[in-house]
Design a binder for this molecule. Structure first.
Ligand code: RB5
Length: 142
């Protein structure tokens, strides 16, 4: 299974840890950054979000210090629903209710073990549809 992933410098170490932890399960498409040198998060979140926008069924992960910068950036793109998640229930609900297609995590506020759990939860939880379908449809501006 192919997964898009990107981070800024604050998320770099966690991005690498996630890639390593799931190396036998996922084929990573890494949009950078590739070191802990300071960078601007939109330079990495925009290219990933553009790829998801063209392929909304894609699986994707974005990481920065708080998660907010990359989430705000990604959610500018049509068909992208990037959800900031820091515990398992929020990650599950982001899939069940919001059909989120980008898992966003705050590297400076969660442990790597929590991040691994969020990745597993997010990618193994299905959208519930039903009443949530109508609400998700209304997110897009026409
Ligand atoms: C970088 O210092 C930090 O501002 C960034 O990772 C992120 O938290 C922004 O939202």
């Amino acid at each position: 299974m192919k997964v898009f992933i990107a981070s800024d410098h604050a998320g770099f170490e966690l991005k690498e840890a996630i890639k390593q932890h799931f190396s036998s399960q996922y084929e990573w498409v890494d949009f950078g950054t590739h070191s802990s040198e300071s960078v601007d998060y939109p330079d990495f979140a925009h290219p990933l979000a553009e790829a998801v926008s063209k392929d909304p069924a894609a699986r994707a992960i974005l990481i920065c210090g708080t998660g907010n910068g990359v989430a705000m950036t990604a959610n500018k793109h049509a068909n992208v629903r990037a959800a900031l998640c820091w515990d398992r229930e929020i990650a599950a609900l982001a899939r069940q209710h919001n059909n989120a297609n980008v898992l966003v995590m705050p590297a400076r506020f969660i442990l790597p073990e929590t991040a691994f759990d969020l990745v597993e939860t997010f990618f193994s939880t299905d959208f519930e549809g039903g009443r949530h379908e109508r609400r998700v449809e209304k997110i897009n501006l026409r």
